[in-house]
Design a protein around this ligand. Sequence first.
Ligand code: F6R
Length: 238
Amino acid sequence: MKITVFKDERTLARTLAAHIAATLKETPDLVLGLPTGRTPIRLYHELGTRHPDFSRATTFNLDEFLGIAPDHPGSYRAFMETHLFSRVNLPPDRAHVLNGASPDPEEECARYERAIADAGGIGLQMLGIGTNGHIGFNEPARELAARTHRVTLKASTRRSNAALFGGDARGVPKEGLSMGMATILQARRIVLIATGKSKARCVALVVKGPITTRFPGSFLQLHADVELMLDEAAAGGS
Ligand code: F6R
């Protein structure tokens, strides 16, 4: 696992945006896997400022809430529109986010897997990580799902998403749809970003903890091309 530590969040976001821009130049038809959350916001705004050419790229978001429409202001689709899609020239029909309002969530998950395969698989998967070790909505559990699936969200995950739903965790959907562990681990390259002191313990477990379904991020140790991009605070425990 390659670990790169930056002096602050801003430098991290700038460096990663430059890396993505260079990758897009080299591989214009890049397939990117994307997270939401607090961590990638600066990166997305950096990309919006730099304007790398996304015209031939394709993106797949990791997860979405179940039971809300794509145009619901709390949806991850809305988050992506605000922070990235409206700021770059990515064709709307190639910006994929799971549809949380699908009448058949299981079919929606199967359709998403087919769409990723049809796009040639994910070339560069960006990830954030929850303090409990979740990646996407793959929460700590006795078993983890391999493929895109329906998931019950932990109370802690609902609390950390409360801001999207007027600050009230009770308003956050109880379920979500998420890429599975194999969907994520089959990406050719993975870059996980983590910033702030609250992430130091989980970053240390990603790097050198035991591989366990109780800490999904630990599975990244099985991938041959993972880079952790951290600020000094998040690197504190590793
Ligand atoms: C969301 C996702 C989550 C977040 C994680 C960290 O699409 O994939 O796993 O990456 O919850 O969230 P932040 O960045 O808000 O700390």
